[in-house]
Design a protein around this ligand. Structure first.
Ligand SMILES: Nc1ncnc2c1ncn2[C@@H]1O[C@H](COP(=O)(O)OP(=O)(O)OP(=O)(O)O)[C@@H](O)[C@H]1O
Ligand SMILES: [Mg+2]
Length: 261
């Protein structure tokens, strides 16, 4: 199983949309996909039809020693090849409860190791804050996708994320290979073009050379509880994520020279 995390310390940049859409596209290629909702807000959990306020099996119990084997904590979705590890709002209390306890940074890595053979890809949807959940995702992943909204203010959040990556690289055996993905690109506005130019200048090595456009189909897809690639496969947004996926499948080949910045 390959593990991809989707993270940025800024909210509303398209993290959840990126994880769900890539999951849809991977499943359409015949891959078995596990979504992992690591955000206490549970946007991905709601997207896939579950209630983050509910008390069913969730990541929270994994952090507290688990309530049985991991495969029994994972739920099916209405998409045949996609399963989900749901989030619950209780996850918000983890940082206070666990503090900096040793070993708590590897809970997700160890949990996912139990289902290594059951899935081809795991996609981890991170919260927009640096805490025990994001640290776990960055410790567990083989590859990191950093969506960045194509606007000036989003670049500040990106700088914070870059600092987090270098901090994590000190703790990991290998640096995290990552790709910055410009999202919510609106070609009618100058702001989008300028933000993209700025990213190209500052992150020439690690910036994806495509863009994800603004597309109203994403909202429709989340309302329908399905990835946009299954709902409107020919939409601009879906086609753009398909291009992204083709590149990710090359960049994340084990042993290939990954982009590390
Ligand atoms: N390319 C796009 N075009 C149009 N709308 C989009 C696009 N990407 C995401 N959205 C919409 O923008 C909103 C925020 O997206 P999303 O939830 O994926 O961001 P996020 O980074 O996960 O946010 P949070 O930090 O709150 O978890 C959602 O309503 C989503 O449907
Ligand atoms: Mg989200």
């Amino acid at each position: 199983m390959r593990i991809w995390a989707v993270a940025n310390q800024k909210g509303g940049v398209g993290k959840t949309t990126t994880a769900v859409t890539l999951a849809g596209l991977l499943s359409q290629q015949g891959h078995r996909v596990l979504l992992v909702d690591m955000d206490p807000h549970g946007s991905m959990t709601s997207y896939m039809g579950y209630d983050p306020e509910g008390d069913g099996s969730s990541l929270y119990s994994l952090f507290h020693g688990g309530s049985g084997p991991v495969d029994e904590m994972i739920r099916k979705t209405q998409c045949k090849m996609i399963s989900i590890f749901t989030a619950s709002t209780a996850l918000a209390t983890l940082d206070r409860q666990l503090g900096t306890q040793d070993g708590k940074g590897l809970v997700i890595a160890r949990g996912l190791a139990q289902v290594n053979d059951d899935y081809d890809y795991a996609l981890l949807d991170c919260p927009p804050t640096l805490g025990v959940l994001m640290v776990n995702a960055l410790a567990a992943c083989h590859y990191l996708i950093v969506p960045v909204q194509s606007e000036f203010l989003a670049l500040k959040g990106l700088e914070r994320m870059m600092r987090t990556i270098s901090m994590m690289n000190h703790a990991r055996m290998q640096p995290i290979p990552y790709l910055i993905v410009p999202t919510l690109f609106d070609r009618r506005t100058r702001a989008s073009g300028q933000a993209l130019d700025n990213m190209k200048e500052r992150y020439p090595e690690t910036l994806w050379n495509g863009i994800i456009p603004v597309d109203t189909q994403f909202r429709e897809a989340s309302r329908a509880g399905r990835p946009v690639s299954l709902l409107s496969p020919r939409s601009r947004g879906s086609l753009a994520y398909d291009e992204l996926l083709q590149d990710l499948l090359v960049f994340d080949l084990p042993g290939s020279r990954a982009k590390t910045g």
